[in-house]
Design a protein around this ligand. Structure first.
Ligand code: HSE
Length: 440
């Protein structure tokens, strides 16, 4: 059988890895897919770069629409990124009857409902393994491997840039801004790192995992997103003294009231495997009712790791494209007419535990007042750490840090009591609140 022909939009790092791996492993990939897979066209505004990436025998064009218009092309790989031209081209490729492989998490997390509906109507597949956690086959695991389970929760380190920064902050005791600069110098962080450090990239990825885990539409606009820019080295140190590490987690959880969907820094017990994922690595933990807890670890970015996911999708499509569309694996794991209307909970309804740091006046009755207000609100304390005033503010200091770990509490209740605590004259600085996940 003749190879299936593929057109690539965007000849950057991942595109280059896709060429290399497809070429290197072409025989094995063919034996798996049942026929050869060949990229025959590449579109990139920088045609010189595209020519270098593609090598001989591949048609290079500046206009992506030439690929979409070519009837011989069966699959379009979109590696442009963003929601602008990429969205338009993906919709045009679908309308032209092409199957699509994309690494574009932002596009699917924000416009997934429209894109999957268009693909469903046209009977084509949109595959996106590379969009979440790079080379880790987490989409495949959630959508197919764990299909027997009622998935209870998913929690992951799904942004390598921020995990690298947090690892460096902890190892070297440095503050966020210093480590970010170093990460940019070393090429671990982009020149504009906003999406990474503000948690947006992780938000896109957890939105996609949530949709597949629970059979709900993609709803990035309902996700609660906090990044790592406000984290102080001091809190990383205190967390460590209490047996925890701070990680930026993407979390989605099924509760009796609805679905939690959130990204924020979290204390994780140091003994959990997830707490020991260091540097730019990614890891995702999935808890299903039948299987229990499972862990997926690997490179979340990079040329060949991401190409590994792109090619897995190419193989899937090659195997399935002649199958009746109704018998393919649904895009979001659940059939489109069987999606759940479980709502995404507002943050005030989320229940979790907390790390609180209060800079207080070091005088009689302060601790009693603070714990009293927490008790009145029904918030139970798990642990308290009080530093010696000298250690916090230097010799003769009259201020100290009070660190409190709470048991599970409703976030709205915690917000209210924090407002009361903040108003106390003996609480001298803005209270630091970091959520804590035991991941049991
Ligand atoms: N910028 C991402 C990261 C990789 O740092 O993990 C692509 O989503």
């Amino acid at each position: 059988m003749k190879p299936i022909q593929v057109g690539l939009l965007g000849a950057g790092t991942v595109g280059s890895g896709t060429f290399k791996v497809l070429q290197r492993n072409q025989e094995e990939i063919k034996r798996r897919a049942g026929r050869g897979i060949e990229i025959t066209m590449v579109a990139d505004l920088d045609t010189a770069r595209a020519r270098e990436v593609a090598g001989e025998g591949v048609k290079v064009v500046a206009d992506a629409r030439e690929i979409i218009a070519n009837p011989d092309i069966g699959i379009v790989i979109e590696l442009i990124g963003g929601y602008g031209v990429a969205k338009q081209l993906v919709l045009e490729a679908i309308a032209a009857g092409k199957h699509v492989v994309t690494a574009n998490k932002a596009l699917l997390a924000v416009h997934g409902t429209e894109i999957f509906a268009a693909a469903h109507a046209k009977g084509v597949m949109v595959a996106f393994e590379a969009a979440v956690a790079g080379g880790i086959p987490i989409i495949k695991a959630l959508r197919e491997g764990l299909t027997a389970n009622s998935i209870q929760w998913v929690a992951g380190i799904i942004n390598g840039t921020t995990n690298f920064i947090l690892s460096e902050m902890r190892d070297k005791g440095l503050d966020f801004a210093t480590v970010l600069k170093e990460a940019q110098r070393l090429g671990y962080a982009e020149a504009d790192p906003t999406f990474d450090i503000e948690g947006v990239d992780a938000g896109h990825k957890v939105t996609l995992m949530s949709a597949i885990a629970f059979g709900i539409p993609v709803q990035f606009d309902k996700a609660h997103i906090e990044g790592i820019t406000k984290l102080a080295a001091q809190d990383i140190k205190y967390a460590e003294q209490l047996g925890y590490r701070i990680k930026l987690l993407g979390i989605t959880k099924r509760t009796a009231k609805g679905i939690e969907l959130r990204v924020h820094p979290s204390l994780v017990p140091a003994k959990r495997l997830l707490a020991n994922v260091e540097g730019a690595m990614n890891a995702v933990v999935v808890h299903g009712d039948a299987v229990g807890t499972t862990l997926y670890y690997g490179k979340g970015a990079g040329s060949e790791p991401t190409a590994s996911a792109v090619i897995a999708d190419l193989v899937d499509i090659t195997r399935l494209h002649t199958a009746d569309a109704a018998h393919r694996v649904p895009h979001l794991a659940f059939h489109p007419d069987a999606m759940s209307d479980l709502k995404v909970l507002p943050m005030a309804e989320v229940v979790t535990s907390y790390y609180l740091r209060l800079r207080v006046a070091d005088q009689a009755g302060v601790l009693a007042k603070v714990t009293g207000l927490l008790a009145t609100a029904g918030i139970s304390i798990d642990a308290v750490l009080q530093r010696e005033a000298d250690e916090v503010g230097g010799e003769g200091s009259t201020q100290t840090d009070l660190i409190i770990l709470t048991h599970d509490a409703r976030e709205g209740t915690v917000d209210d009591v924090l407002a009361e605590l903040q108003a106390l004259p003996t609480v001298l600085e803005p209270i630091v609140r970091i959520r804590k996940e035991e991941l049991k």
